[in-house]
Design a protein around this ligand. Structure first.
Ligand code: ZN
Ligand code: ZN
Ligand code: FE
Length: 756
């Protein structure tokens, strides 16, 4: 096993490379450490447990003077290093680490804010050269104070002295500030803004104290953070959480919880070593954890769900609030439904006035919005679910060089865009679903922002093939003569190949399983089994097509898909008693399916999971994306059943009908849904293994790329990953960009380079 690590930070000239060398030797690893333009690159080979240990110890034992601004890592296949060496610096590759991500508060700054008598005691905007806002305050390059939203604050004499003193930690710290000269917070009662009905305004430390008091009383506060506003309330107060949901129109999708420290996370959830590393990492993402049985968190945090999204404070303000509050808070993006997160005061007051009781705001402008990132540890790997704050805008390094600068416009759901130059791809922050006018506006801003920030004039522009995606339409409007359209599932596989160091002449087997993507035959795909290289793909297998009665509506109502699967399997679904529908309703939908009225064909794997969840009675209506598959996965987690269902593969079709038949039989004979779910998962795993075997035989390929949102499913990914390994395949999974559509833009950049 090989572990590849890319560290950005103060890691040159502080004894970092010798430290890595000694640590690697001590553990018994082979590979190298090398300085590069933004920090160091490390590749180490050895047994998996040793590599995990290595990863864990780097951050714990690093030299005192070093600072890590970002640590990205992935586990890859072996290269066969002979010993561990310190390699000479790579002089090629121009310096393009012009913009850093926002960095969590460093230990020294934490000391400053918690030490009485320090001039930054309790100051929520404390930062230094090693920490603080970057990406979210930069207006222009070079990164100087006058090009950030800190330009409106004139440094006091004390701050100026630090700023100009090369021996000071705040030497040339662009966002440096103190209580005398820097930004400050204000607590606003919105009724004051709307005509002054007994409102109030608290400032600075009084505002924090009042805010803490209001949270304790059960209020919902919109708190301005790094990349936008959070909606915050007491996570232990069931009523507050429920009211927040109602006002935000978020019925059941889990909301993230911010804890003061790792110990308080461990009181409510199971935390493995890698999960602890992720929680404490400088990127401070939301980590999806399994709830503990006796957790005191109310069910409304993640209704009917075995997991919670937990994260730790990453700004001084978060630290101060949580220290005083002494209990965890819900901290969820401040928006309604799927709109972009609110970042400006006007916008926040307008959009959030019906949601938040109070606003804890400040006078430092957020230049660009950036949502919290989300990761999940699966199969001992850190899988990004949303790659945003903390990770953006550092590049993904390609295993080859791009011939021309490329712009990738991304997909429709979970959109990110990307720009690529040389061997670097800069993926944008999470833009989200391009559904609302606000999202489209944010999307256009982001495209222009990235082109400007990285000074790129794209010669190739790539979009999805879907003619209705706003990103495709945008491409046709602005880049018609440079536009290349790339099939969605091929983009998924390309992104997985690129982050796994696949070379130009290599071929892989690819499984791209997701909810939806436009096919070259203009139908909705989503279960593509292909062989692929960077220059093209062959679609070899996919699910037997079935209809989606009502089209997009079926996504929100899995019972429609259930009826369709039952119809395909039994030739009629109108008399089916497994679904809680009236006879009239069943006949209505069955008729739609039979006649193909407003019922497009699909081969979507995600929808198959939806349909199965409904057939077994788990979920007939969903309130957020992929809710039914999440529930199906969690039901399966509770079973250790190893049996699988029969399936048939004929020509290029994966026939789901025998599976549905047996599921119905099991359901009728009252087999527990946990067992049925597990058997269904086992079956999909077996399908992947069996197709991999046959493609290895026919095409001689052993590398298997797994991409698409369905591979966020932990049972599926772990099962496939382990079994492929056991059988001598090299499974390739996502560790740098999300397997869902958030990673599509990376694949599009690759396609833009090879497909012209
Ligand atoms: Zn600091
Ligand atoms: Zn000052
Ligand atoms: Fe997709």
């Amino acid at each position: 096993m090989r572990l590849k690590i890319s560290i950005t930070g103060v890691v040159q000239g502080v004894g970092f490379r010798p430290f890595i060398y000694r640590l690697a030797k001590d553990i018994g690893l082979k590979g190298y450490v090398q300085n590069d333009t933004g920090g160091v690159t490390i590749e180490a080979e050895g047994a998996e447990s040793l590599l995990t240990d290595f990863l864990f110890r780097i951050e714990k034992e690093k030299p005192a003077l070093s600072q890590i601004f970002s640590l990205r890592h992935s586990f890859l296949h072996d290269k066969g290093f002979k010993e561990f060496v310190i390699k000479e610096s790579d002089k090629e590759g121009e310096i393009r680490v012009s913009v850093l991500p926002d960095i969590e508060t460093c230990d020294e700054c934490l000391y400053d804010i918690s030490t009485k008598g320090n001039r930054r005691f309790n100051y929520p905007f404390t930062n230094c050269t090693n920490c603080g806002p970057r990406f979210t305050i930069i207006e222009d390059l070079p990164y100087d104070r006058k090009n950030t939203s800190m330009k409106y604050f004139r440094m006091c004499a004390d701050c100026e002295r630090e700023y100009n003193d090369p021996s000071d930690r705040r030497f040339h710290a662009q966002p440096d500030a103190c209580p005398v000269c820097g930004p400050f917070i204000t607590l606003i009662n919105p009724t004051l803004e709307n005509g002054g009905m007994g409102g109030f305004k608290y400032q600075k430390d009084d505002a924090i104290n009042k805010c803490v008091e209001l949270i304790k009383e059960g209020n919902i506060i919109a708190i301005k953070g790094l990349g936008g506003y959070h909606l915050v309330c007491d996570a232990m107060n069931e009523t507050s959480v429920r009211i927040l949901r109602e006002r935000k129109q978020r019925e059941e999708r889990p909301v993230a919880v911010m804890f003061a420290d790792i110990e308080s996370v461990e009181a409510e959830a199971h935390v493995s070593m890698l999960e602890e590393r992720a929680l404490c990492s400088v990127e401070r993402p939301i980590v999806i954890l399994r709830k503990k049985k006796g957790t005191r968190l109310p069910d409304s945090i993640s209704p009917g769900n075995d997991t919670i999204g937990a994260f730790l404070p990453y700004t001084p303000l978060h630290h101060i609030i949580l220290q005083r509050l002494k209990r965890p808070v819900v901290a969820t993006s401040a928006n309604i439904s799927d709109e972009p997160i609110a970042k400006d005061e006007d916008d926040a007051f307008k959009r959030l006035s019906g949601i938040a009781d109070y606003f804890l705001t400040n006078n430092r402008k957020i230049v660009r919005r950036c949502d919290d990132s989300v990761v999940r540890i699966v199969a001992e790997r850190q899988i990004p679910i949303r790659r945003s704050r903390g990770f953006v805008p550092l590049p993904v390094i390609l295993p080859f060089r791009l011939e021309k600068p490329v712009l990738a416009l991304g997909p429709y759901m979970n959109n990110t865009i990307a720009v690529g130059i040389d061997d670097k791809v800069y993926l944008s922050q999470h833009v989200g679903d391009l559904e609302t006018p606000l999202a489209m506006e944010f999307y256009e801003e982001t495209v222009n922002d990235f082109l400007r920030l990285f000074n790129i004039k794209p010669e190739v522009v790539v979009s999805d093939m879907h003619p209705g995606y706003y990103s495709t339409i945008f491409g046709e409007m602005h880049y018609k003569d440079k536009l290349v359209k790339v099939q969605h599932h091929f983009s998924h596989i390309l992104s997985c190949m690129a982050e796994n160091d696949i070379q130009n002449d290599e071929e892989v087997i690819g499984f791209a399983f997701d909810g939806t993507g436009y096919g070259t035959d203009k139908t909705v795909w989503g279960s593509e089994v292909m062989t692929a290289s960077y220059s093209g793909f062959k679609r070899l297998y996919h699910l037997r097509p079935y209809r989606l009665p009502g089209g997009e509506k079926a996504v929100k109502e899995p019972f429609r898909i259930a009826l369709s699967l039952l119809y395909e399997t039994f030739g009629d679904a109108s008399e089916f008693d497994l679904l809680s529908l009236s006879g009239k309703e069943r006949r209505f939908y069955t008729d739609m399916i039979k006649k193909g009225v407003n019922s497009p064909l699909t081969t979507s794997m995600g929808r198959l999971f939806d349909g199965v969840a409904s057939i077994i009675g788990l979920k007939h209506h969903v309130s957020y994306h992929a809710q039914a598959p999440v529930m199906l996965e969690q039901a399966a987690q509770r079973s250790d059943e190893e049996v699988k269902y029969e399936f048939r593969i004929e020509e290029s079709l994966i026939d789901f009908r025998p599976i549905i038949q047996e599921i119905v039989r099991d359901k009728r004979s009252e087999v527990p849904i946990e067992v049925i779910s597990k058997k269904f998962h086992n079956t999909i795993i077996e399908i992947i293994l069996s197709l991999s075997e046959s493609l290895r035989k026919s095409a001689g390929i052993t590398k298997v790329a797994l991409s698409g949102g369905v591979f966020q499913n932990a049972i599926l990914l772990t099962g496939v990953f382990n079994k492929l390994n056991e059988r001598g395949f090299t499974p390739l999974i996502h560790q740098l960009v999300p397997p869902n559509d958030g990673g599509i833009s990376l694949g599009q950049i690759v396609a833009g380079n090879f497909q012209r």
